[in-house]
Design a protein around this ligand. Structure first.
Ligand code: 4AD
Ligand code: MG
Length: 463
C-alpha cells in the first residue's frame, strides 16, 4: 500500500475497461435483485464512486459488513455507467474490508443530521458531503492565498504564537504560563511572581502577527503572515472563534489607498480561484446551503467594492429609517446589524469603510489631520460583516508616542516597535483577513464553527 495510487477523483477519468483499485469509506449500500450498489468516497472529490457488486462476487459475510462508514478497498474494472449523473462506475471483482462500522452505533448513520449534531462528532464529520466540501474549499483557499502573494513577490513570514505584546491593545488575550502546575486535573500555583514564570514576564497567545510583520516589512518591503491567532473574547456568536487563522500582509511604501486596492484585488482573486478550482463543491453549497452563493461570488469578482468614509456610513444608517438594536451616532463602533444593513440593503456588495474615530480603533493607526479620525479600513461583506480589518500605520514617532501615552499603554513594552519609527521609518500599511470569515462567505456556511475542523469557543475545547 502506498499513497501513490489513483484517488477516486482520478478514477472518474479512466477509460472503460481499465482494471484498478479504489480505497474509501462507504457512504451507502443499496441491494436490488442480486446486485449491491456501494457508494464510496475518499475525500478527493465531491462525487462518490459507485461500485457494482454482483451476487457471489464477494463473500456474503463480508458484503453484509459493507455498511455506511465502513472502510474498504475494492478491486475491479472501470465500466461505463448507465446511471444518470456519472459517466463511469466500478464493477467489483474483490474486496478487502479494513474496518467495519456497526450500523447500530455508527453516529454518522442518519441522513439530515443537524450542523449542531455534526459539531459534536467533529472527529467523524469529514466523511459527510458537507464537511468534505468545506475542508476541500478551505484547502483550495489556503493555496490561493499563498499563490496570490507569491505571484506578487511578497515574503511569507511566520510570526510568533507566544508573545509578550498585546498587538490590538484590547486585552483579550490568553495567558501562557508554567506558573500553575496541573496534575490529575488539579491546579496548583507554583509561583505568583511573573519574574519566575517561564518567560520571566507575562506571556500570551498572539492576537495578531501585525507588529512583528511590520518589523520585517520595514526591511524587506512586502511580507505576509498566515497563521493561527487567539482571542479570549467571551462572545459566543456565529462569527467569533477563540482560535482562528489570519492572513496579514504588511507593505512598506504603501498608503491606505494602496492597501484598499490590495485587499480588493486579493478577495477578488481568491474568490475567482475558488470559482474555477472548487466548482463542484461550490455547486453543492449553492444547492444545499445558500441559494444565492454562486451569483454573489460571481458578482464580487466582476464588480468593484464600494468605498466610503465612516462618517458617511453613519449618516446613511441614521437616515435609514431602520430601528437598530444598537442606536447609531458618530463615534459608535459598528455592530453586525449595521454592517449588514450597509452591505446587504444599501449597497448590495462588499463595502470598504475608512477613517474611523480613533477612540474605537487600535493605537497604531495613522492619525488624520482632523485629530479625530484614523486611517483605518474595514472590508465589510454581505452576510458576514467585517471580513478584513486594516490601516495605514502611524509612522511618526512623536505622534505614536503620544497616542500610546494617551491610551495609558505601557510605553516600555513597545520599545522595539517604536525603534522602527526611530530608525528608517517609512509610510506603511497592512490588513488582516479572518480566514474563517472568508470561508463562511465563500461556502455560505452560517456558523463559523463549521468552517474550521475543530472549533475553539467559550466552553468548548473538545478533540
Ligand atoms: O480587525 P482585526 O482585529 O485586525 C487586526 O488584528 C489587525 N492587527 C490586522 C492587521 O492590520 N494586520 O482582525 C482582523 C480580522 C477581522 O476583520 C476578522 O475577519 C477576523 O480577523 N477576526 C476574527 N475571526 C474569527 N473570530 C474572531 N474572534 C475574530 N476576530 C477578528
Ligand atoms: Mg477589526
Amino acid at each position: 500500500m502506498d499513497y501513490r495510487r489513483t484517488y477516486i477523483k482520478g478514477l472518474f477519468a479512466l477509460p472503460a475497461g481499465t482494471a484498478t483499485v479504489a480505497y474509501g469509506w462507504v457512504k451507502t449500500r443499496r441491494d436490488s435483485k442480486g446486485i449491491s450498489f456501494v457508494q464510496i468516497n475518499d475525500g478527493s472529490c465531491f462525487k462518490d464512486l459507485q461500485v457494482i457488486v454482483n451476487e457471489g462476487t464477494i463473500d456474503a459475510e463480508t458484503l453484509k459488513k459493507i455498511t455506511t462508514g465502513a472502510c474498504v478497498r475494492f478491486d475491479g474494472v472501470i465500466v461505463d455507467s448507465p446511471a444518470a449523473g456519472q459517466a463511469v462506475e466500478m464493477q467489483a471483482s474483490g474486496v478487502e474490508l479494513f474496518g467495519p462500522a456497526d450500523p447500530l452505533s455508527y453516529p454518522l448513520q442518519k441522513k439530515g443530521a443537524t450542523m449542531e449534531f455534526l459539531r459534536e462528532i467533529a472527529h467523524l464529520r469529514a466523511r459527510g458531503n458537507t464537511f468534505g466540501a468545506v475542508y476541500r474549499v478551505r484547502n483550495e483557499a489556503a493555496w490561493a492565498v499563498h499563490k496570490f502573494f507569491q505571484d506578487r513577490g511578497f515574503l511569507y513570514l511566520n510570526t510568533p504564537i507566544i508573545t509578550a505584546s498585546d498587538a490590538e491593545g484590547a486585552g483579550a488575550m490568553f495567558q501562557v504560563t508554567t506558573a500553575v502546575e496541573t496534575a490529575h486535573g488539579e491546579y496548583k500555583l507554583r509561583t505568583n511572581e511573573a519574574a519566575q514564570d517561564f518567560f520571566g514576564k507575562p506571556a500570551f497567545l498572539t492576537v495578531s502577527g501585525q507588529l512583528e510583520a511590520e518589523t520585517v516589512a520595514l526591511g524587506m518591503t512586502n511580507v505576509y503572515t498566515f497563521g493561527p491567532t487567539f482571542r479570549a473574547e467571551n462572545s459566543s456568536t456565529s462569527r467569533h472563534l477563540a482560535e482562528f487563522w489570519m492572513v496579514e500582509p504588511e507593505m512598506a511604501f504603501c498608503d491606505i489607498e494602496g492597501n484598499m486596492n490590495l485587499a480588493e484585488e486579493f478577495l477578488r482573486e481568491v474568490i475567482g480561484h475558488l470559482l474555477t478550482k472548487s466548482e463542484e463543491d461550490l455547486a453543492f453549497f449553492n444547492q444545499r446551503i445558500e441559494p444565492q452563493l454562486l451569483a454573489t461570488l460571481k458578482h464580487v469578482v466582476d464588480s468593484s467594492f464600494e468605498r466610503m468614509g465612516y462618517g458617511e456610513a453613519i449618516k446613511m444608517l441614521e437616515q435609514s429609517g431602520e430601528t437598530f438594536e444598537f442606536p447609531v451616532h458618530w463615534g459608535v463602533d459598528l455592530q453586525s446589524e449595521h454592517e449588514r444593513w450597509l452591505t446587504e440593503v444599501k449597497v448590495g456588495r462588499p463595502v470598504i469603510l475608512t477613517d474611523y474615530p480613533k477612540e474605537i480603533k487600535a493605537f497604531y493607526m495613522r492619525q488624520n489631520d482632523d485629530g479625530k479620525t484614523v486611517r483605518a479600513m474595514d472590508v465589510l461583506a454581505p452576510r458576514i460583516g467585517e471580513i478584513i480589518g486594516g490601516s495605514q500605520r502611524e509612522e511618526r514617532l512623536d505622534v505614536l508616542e503620544s497616542r500610546i501615552q494617551e491610551l495609558g499603554l505601557p510605553m516600555e513594552a513597545y520599545w522595539w516597535y517604536l525603534d522602527l519609527r526611530r530608525f528608517g521609518s517609512a509610510p506603511h500599511s497592512g490588513f488582516g483577513l479572518g480566514f474563517e470569515r472568508l470561508l463562511m462567505y465563500c461556502t455560505g456556511m452560517k456558523n463559523i464553527r463549521d468552517v474550521i475542523p475543530f472549533h475553539r469557543t467559550p466552553g468548548h475545547a473538545e478533540f
